[in-house]
Structures are given as structure tokens and as C-alpha cells.
Unconditional design. Structure first.
Lengths: 355, 288
């Protein structure tokens, strides 16, 4: 296992990148701690797979350095870096048995057959594939195939990190939960450094200790699931995480009061700096519907089971709120925001508020 | 629910039935008809029963032609399949090289068979042919008109030139369907170039290879035009394959009965061998 330092890495798929938009990865500078479970979360095309492939060595970055435990590996091949990667679609060697599939990476490295056997049996155990060992790999289901892909990484005891590139895309929903919890278990038991790329927030938030949110080739926020939820650093994180995403509306701030059209909203504190376009963000979970506050016109109520999602218009802007399953909506509905849930953004980045 | 019976629907398949009848069934039946009778001029027919078949199966000439044909098919398969795979593996997967290679590969396939024969007939001649003249100038005694071995070499090289492209194109189609992730995973697993071929590329190409082998076997077993144009079946009978022999018998000697019997046997052999090939290879596929 290793600590991975991504040292000011930029990457472009073009031969001669000139402007910022030529870069698929604008500049990433981050440390993945040894034994950590990370998720790289972001929409398609945000550069997360690029970053993953740079870590695994399938891509060489245009600029910057990659360190494993402080050692520069930027120019090393994938094989020399000793990492394991699980891909979006299960990669298995059709013609081999499950056992041989798992033994393949070891045999390629010239490990003595006795050790191969011991390691493979351990891995079969870990991945719940013992009873399938003698079967040809091609006849298995997608989730079993994906476990084989994972197993080929786990079988090498010395891997520096295990990388996952949207590994559950082709897995049935009920198996996703099973596989994800098995992954977490493996992580807890063996302390692998794991980096997990996904565009699915549930997957990211349930798998990882720390989630790295990427947007447009940059890391916009790194944090625990709670931090991402409570204090999104960028409006994108607000939109992207949560269902429905954060309500963001342009406001004018005067002292401790934000003005939205003719309404004014009391802020928990004054802004430390307020330059650029100011927006107020509040998650639907912190929007209260009741008889006090700002008048809204409700356009739709979506009952999603555990709670209801209210869609409404506030000063002509769409706003969403979440209320309990049994909560009543008053005839003349008004909304208010819980101060703890209010975030202020200047040019899309969060600004701190003082007391 | 009651099914609606509408016998007018049969008219929809009628065109196909008529087409197949005229193109295959009726000609085949005339051949069957000829094969059991002896014919003379003035359309006189005499019942011969299985005489022609017995005669055919007892004749050395038939078995020799058949032997030559099998050897020929075996040799060209042994060259074209590995060579085709090799070329396909080395073709570019993206960029401007792809269309260039594909067009170059398709060219031999677009040339009519008798033209291919003519090209090689001229190409191999000692007096004016580029190949024949050059080889002789290098001190190698090469003459496909006189030497059976040279004739064989010429016919085989010609077939390889003409048909390897087919194997290449089929294999290439199989190769480009392999997702990048497989190669990346192989890299991570530390697989050698050979392992990548053996465990990733070959299994993915297997289906198209099956088709390639079948097509090439059937075609080469039925080969007629090209060797006929180049060697006319000679020197002696050394390149007389089944189809050439058949035409000699039917048109050269006008022995319609024996020729018809031979056609039927020939047809059954190809059918049988193709079936065996297909079953063996698909069974192998299912087992794995």
C-alpha cells in the first residue's frame, strides 16, 4: 500500500495545448493517504477517468509529477507501478477458468506455483468465488465477472493501490449494494488504498471516507460526505450532490441581510468579502414550508416515499423543498430558510460568513 | 384466440421458392437425372443405374484429383490463416492508416478470378513475366509450365495473394471489437505480448476465424478459374483439381453421365466436410 501524491498534474489529449480549455485535467494537486478510501465524483467528461488513468500509468500526464510513497513514478510503466484497476466493463480472460484468471497476474510475474495456489485460494475466499474456481469464466454473471476483475488485483499482495473506474455500471441494482459492502469490508480488513471513480453520488458517498468532487478538469471540493452536504464549496457541488440539488439564487447582500427581489433573508453572519456575483445556496432539506416567511406559489408536489419534494416559485425562481411524508402544506404557503443551511457564494465559490 | 388462416400469405414466399427452384433445385435434379443414365446423341438415354458412381469411386483419376485438392486446401489454409492473423494484428487501429490499409487489403478481392489468373499467368512467364524472368535471372530454375513443383508454387502463391485479404479483413473486424480496457487490464496484469494474443485477441477472433476457415476451405476446394487460366491443370495432371477434372470430363470428353455422378459426389464431399468443420468448431466453442 502506498500514499499517492498527485503533484500539480495537468493533462491534455492534444499534442500542443495552448489554452486552459485544451486541458482535460486543468491542475490537480492532492494527496491520497495510505489506506484511504477515496471516491472521485463528477459528471461525465470532468476528467476523473483521466486522473485515474494517470495514477495507474495508462496515461502519462502532460505536466506534473506522480509520487508513490514519495518516490517519483511518473515515468514508470503500469506494471512497474504495481497497481490494480477494475474497469467499467468486466475484463476477464474468457478461455480461462476462474482460478486461472486469478492466477494470471501472479504467473506473469513468475511467482512460484505453490505461492500462486495459496494466494489464489485466499483471494477466492475473499471474493466469495470458491465454488466457482473450476468454472470457465465466460459463463458467469456480470457481478461475478467484476469480482474476478477485482480478484486479479487483490491476489497481488504488494499492490500499491486499487483503482476502480465506475465498476458497478453494468451490475444489477440489488447486487450493487452487495458488492459495495464487500468492497468496504475488504478495505477495512486489509487497508488497501482505494480510489473509486463514479458519477453516482450514492455510490461515492457510501463507499468513500473522503469524496473528491471534480468538475470541468478541476477538483472543486474534497471532503467527507457530511462536509459536501452541509458546506458545498462550489455551487456545482451543491447541484451535483443531493436529490434534488441545492437551490441557488442570485441575491444582493447588505450586511447580514440578503435581498432576493423584494424579499429579504436574514443571514447567520456578515460576509467576510463579497466581490463578484453573489448567490445564496440552500439545500431543499433546509427549506421550511409553513405559514411564516416569504410567499411562494407551489407548482408541484412529488411524493417519493420517505418524504415529499415540493416544487415552487419564489420571486419567479424555481425552488425545491423537502418536507416529511405526513407534513401538511398550508393553503397560503410561505417559505423560510434555516440559518444553518444557508451558504453564500461569490462567483460560484463559497465565502465564509462571520458572526 | 383463433388464429387467422390466410393462405394468401404463401404468395409472399413464392418468389423465393421459384428463385431457389430455378437456381438450385431444378439444375441439381437434372444432374441427378444425368448421373443415372448414359446419353448418346439425338437425346437418346439409357438407364445406367449406379454404374457411373461405381466407376468413379474406383477410378484413380478421381482420387488423385481429390488428393491434390485436399493438399491444396490444407496448404493455403495453413498459410492464409496465420498470415491473415499476423497482418490483421499489425494493421493500424486508428488514424489515416486505417482506410488506406482497408482499401489495399480489399483490392485483390475486387479483381475477377479469371483476371487474377491472367495476371499471374503473365507475371510468372519466363520470357516476359516480371516474376518468372527475375527469378530465373537470379539463377533459380523456375518454369511453371514444365515443372509440377513450380506450378504448385505459382498456384498457391496466387491464391494466397488473392484471398489472404479476406482472412485479414475478418480478423481485423474481430480485433477492433475488443475494448481498450482489455489491453489496459492485460498491462496491469503484466501479460506478455504472447499472452495478450493467446488469451484476449485469439478468443475474440475465434468466431470470425471460423467463418474465414469455412469460406476459404469451401472456395479452395472448389477452385477452378485461376489454376485453369494459369496452368490449365498441367503440367501433366499435376494441378488438375476436382473441378478442372470435372469440366474436362463433362465438356472436353462430353461424358455427361460420369461427369454428373462426379458432380454429385463432389457436392456431397464439400457439404460433408463443411458440416464437419462447422460442427467441430462450434462444439469446441460451446465447450469452452
Amino acid at each position: 500500500m502506498a500514499r499517492i501524491d498527485v503533484n500539480h498534474i495537468r493533462h491534455s489529449y492534444l499534442a500542443d495545448p495552448r489554452k486552459d480549455s485544451d486541458f482535460a485535467l486543468k491542475e490537480v494537486h492532492h494527496t491520497f493517504e495510505d489506506g484511504g478510501a477515496y471516491a472521485l465524483l463528477g459528471p461525465s467528461g470532468c476528467g476523473k477517468t483521466t486522473l485515474l488513468n494517470i495514477i495507474s500509468g495508462l496515461l502519462r500526464p502532460s505536466h506534473g509529477q506522480l509520487l508513490f510513497n514519495g518516490k517519483d513514478v511518473t515515468n514508470l510503466s503500469t506494471q512497474e507501478r504495481n497497481i490494480a484497476q477494475v474497469f467499467q466493463f468486466p475484463v476477464i480472460y474468457d478461455t480461462m477458468t476462474v482460478y486461472d484468471n486469478l492466477a494470471f497476474p501472479l504467473r506473469n510475474r513468475g511467482v512460484p506455483e505453490a505461492d500462486v495456489d495459496r494466494k489464489v485460494r485466499e483471494t477466492l475466499e475473499m471474493t466469495d468465488l470458491v465454488s466457482w474456481a473450476g468454472r470457465k469464466a465466460r459463463g458467469l454473471t456480470a457481478d461475478q465477472k467484476q469480482k474476478i476483475s477485482l480478484g486479479r488485483g487483490l491476489v497481488r499482495s504488494d499492490v500499491n493501490a486499487i483503482l476502480f473506474d465506475e465498476p458497478l455500471t453494468v451490475i444489477d441494482p440489488h447486487m450493487k449494494w452487495v458488492l459495495r459492502s464487500q468492497l468496504k469490508q475488504l478495505h477495512r480488513r486489509f487497508g488497501y488504498t482505494m480510489v473509486y471513480v463514479t458519477h453516482d453520488q450514492t455510490e461515492a458517498l457510501t463507499f468513500a471516507e473522503r469524496v473528491v468532487v471534480m468538475y470541468d478538469g478541476e477538483i472543486v471540493q474534497i471532503g467527507t460526505p457530511t462536509e459536501l452536504f452541509e458546506r458545498p464549496r462550489h455551487t456545482f457541488v451543491g447541484y451535483f450532490i443531493g436529490s434534488p440539488g441545492m437551490n441557488v439564487m442570485p441575491v444582493k447582500v447588505e450586511g447580514k441581510v440578503a435581498r432576493l427581489g423584494s424579499q429579504s433573508i436574514q443571514l447567520p453572519g456578515a460576509l467576510k468579502s463579497a466581490e463578484g456575483a453573489i448567490e445564496l445556496g440552500v439545500r431543499p432539506e433546509y427549506v421550511r414550508i409553513g405559514s411564516k416567511g416569504m410567499p411562494v406559489s407551489i407548482t408541484k408536489v412529488e411524493d417519493v416515499g420517505r418524504h415529499k419534494v415540493i416544487r415552487a416559485k419564489l420571486e419567479g425562481r424555481d425552488i425545491a423543498a423537502i418536507i416529511g411524508e405526513d407534513d401538511e402544506i398550508p393553503a397560503d404557503a410561505k417559505v423560510s430558510f434555516e440559518p444553518a443551511g444557508i451558504n453564500i457564494y461569490a462567483d460560484s465559490w463559497r465565502v465564509e460568513m462571520g458572526a | 384466440m383463433d388464429k387467422t388462416w390466410n393462405n394468401k400469405a404463401w404468395f409472399l414466399v413464392l418468389p423465393v421458392l421459384v428463385l431457389v427452384a430455378f437456381s438450385a433445385v431444378i439444375p441439381l435434379m437434372t444432374v441427378v437425372n444425368y448421373s443415372v443414365q448414359d446419353t448418346f446423341g439425338n437425346n437418346q438415354f439409357f438407364w445406367a443405374g449406379t454404374e457411373w458412381f461405381e466407376e468413379l469411386l474406383a477410378s484413380d483419376r478421381f482420387w488423385q484429383a481429390m488428393g491434390r485438392n485436399l493438399i491444396f486446401s490444407f496448404i493455403i489454409l495453413a498459410i492464409e490463416v496465420p498470415l491473415g492473423i499476423f497482418i490483421a494484428l499489425n494493421m493500424p487501429k486508428k488514424g489515416w492508416g486505417v482506410p488506406v490499409c482497408l482499401v489495399l487489403m480489399a483490392l485483390p478481392l475486387l479483381i475477377p478470378w479469371n483476371v487474377v489468373g491472367t495476371i499471374w499467368q503473365v507475371f510468372g512467364r519466363n520470357d516476359i513475366g516480371l516474376l518468372g524472368y527475375t527469378v530465373n535471372a537470379l539463377g533459380i530454375d523456375y518454369n511453371y509450365v514444365k515443372d509440377p513443383f513450380d506450378a504448385w508454387v505459382t498456384v498457391i502463391v496466387m491464391d494466397v495473394w488473392h484471398w489472404t485479404s479476406l482472412v485479414v479483413l475478418l480478423c481485423y473486424a474481430g480485433l477492433v471489437s475488443i475494448p481498450d480496457a482489455f489491453y489496459q487490464a492485460a498491462k496491469i496484469d503484466g501479460a506478455s505480448r504472447w499472452s495478450v494474443f493467446r488469451y484476449i485477441q485469439l478468443p475474440k477472433m475465434q468466431r470470425v476465424l471460423l467463418i474465414a476457415v469455412l469460406l476459404r476451405f469451401m472456395d479452395s476446394f472448389m477452385i477452378y478459374t485461376e489454376p485453369f487460366v494459369v496452368t490449365g491443370g498441367g503440367p501433366g495432371n499435376s494441378t488438375t483439381f476436382l473441378s478442372i477434372d470435372l469440366v474436362k470430363m463433362a465438356l472436353g470428353q462430353f461424358d455427361l453421365g460420369p461427369a454428373a455422378a462426379m458432380s454429385l459426389v463432389y457436392f456431397l464431399i464439400i457439404l460433408l466436410l463443411s458440416w464437419v468443420f462447422y460442427t467441430v468448431m462450434t462444439n469446441y466453442d460451446a465447450e469452452r
